[in-house]
Design a protein. Structure first.
Length: 351
């Protein structure tokens, strides 16, 4: 037994048959060569035109060395998404394009991403922001907080890496501030927030949207409290969640954690994104129960545990998510509808 859920081992691959909760919550499985996580939710018939978008995230580029492995990795991700057939409707970048927020790091990333065939939507991460408080990032990519609509789905992009000013009083230089923010376990750091100003903006933005409109929220940090010592955390997450709870279908997609991670709080499902730079290990506590953990990455394999992926928007407004590991089998997170009245399952997509 592990975390209270049964496991079997077949050919060296762990198999969790079922994690059963109430209808409308979740069922998790791992099986076969492709490892799907199936989350069954109770919703009505679909009415949207299905579509797909791809993602690339957490490149952490250093400038000055065009042969650096992080540069090679993001170029590999661009080649991956450009080779998708059919092409995705758009590509989303999940933040931390740069490592130390330097203008030449961001410029390098901008140049590489310019080769993406599809339209690209950008999100900022703390590594992009805290050298000059986002000035160069906004110059290259525009607004750090915005929304857009696509085929019946409302998308919102937040800047969730706002922290309380701890650098002015001790007269930290921009680079000192940036290096402090770049630490996984920054001892001087403050917790990430969305902040009151953005929460007001979010309420106003969503006031124009009907409650049955599917929402997809992009944030760099998880919009829940995962593991505070590493800042896998958003301090005002509950306040943001309260804004989202009235909507029928909400998916939050975040970067920052560099790992496969899935969570569900009431009507909100959360998915992490893979990094192209390196995979983080899982923390000693706080891992959501729905999460199927990656095995420890091989330190001698630069691509192990890294990758890119895609998100398939279903006609119901829910999403199927594929983690495209470069040196592992893919992992899929798949939604299936469950009837609220009978509990019977509507067959989901086959793979």
């Amino acid at each position: 037994m592990n975390n209270g859920f049964p496991q079997k081992t077949t050919g060296g691959i762990k198999r969790r048959d079922f994690l059963r909760m109430a209808a409308g919550t979740a069922v998790a499985t791992i099986s076969g060569v492709i490892t799907p996580l199936v989350i069954k939710v109770a919703h009505g018939k679909g009415k949207l035109e299905p579509f797909t978008f791809a993602y690339i995230s957490d490149a952490h580029l250093y400038a000055g060395n065009p042969n650096h492995r992080f540069v090679k990795a993001i170029k590999k991700a661009v080649a991956d998404v450009n080779s998708l057939n059919p092409q995705p409707d758009f590509v989303f970048f999940g933040g931390d394009l740069a490592q130390l927020g330097q203008p030449d790091e961001l410029e390098l990333g901008k140049g590489i991403l310019s080769d993406v065939k599809a339209k690209i939507h950008m999100m900022v991460g703390e590594h992009d922001w805290y050298f000059d408080m986002g000035r160069k990032w906004r110059e290259f990519f525009g607004k750090d907080v915005y929304s857009f609509d696509h085929k019946g789905v409302h998308f919102v992009v937040l800047n969730s890496v706002i922290v309380k000013d701890y650098w002015t009083a001790p007269n930290m230089t921009p680079m000192e501030r940036m290096k402090a923010m770049a630490q996984l376990d920054n001892p001087k750091g403050e917790a990430f927030t969305v902040g009151e100003e953005q929460r007001k903006w979010l309420k106003n933005d969503l006031s124009k949207i009907s409650k049955d409109t599917p929402l997809i929220i992009f944030s760099h940090s998880p919009l829940y409290k995962y593991y505070r010592p590493w800042n896998f955390w958003t301090d005002d997450a509950e306040q943001v969640q309260e804004i989202l709870f009235p909507f029928e279908k909400v998916t939050v997609i975040h970067g920052h954690t560099h790992q496969t991670v899935t969570n569900k709080i009431k009507n909100i499902t959360f998915h992490g994104l893979l990094s192209t730079a390196w995979p983080w290990p899982y923390p000693p506590q706080g891992i959501p129960k729905l999460t199927i953990q990656m095995d420890r990455a091989d330190p001698f394999n630069q691509f192990d545990g890294c990758g890119d992926g895609r998100v398939d928007i279903l006609s119901s407004g829910e999403v199927n998510k594929t983690y495209n590991f470069w040196d592992r089998n893919p992992m899929e997170v798949t939604f299936e509808r469950v009837s609220k009245e009978t509990g019977s399952e509507t067959p989901g997509p086959s793979y």
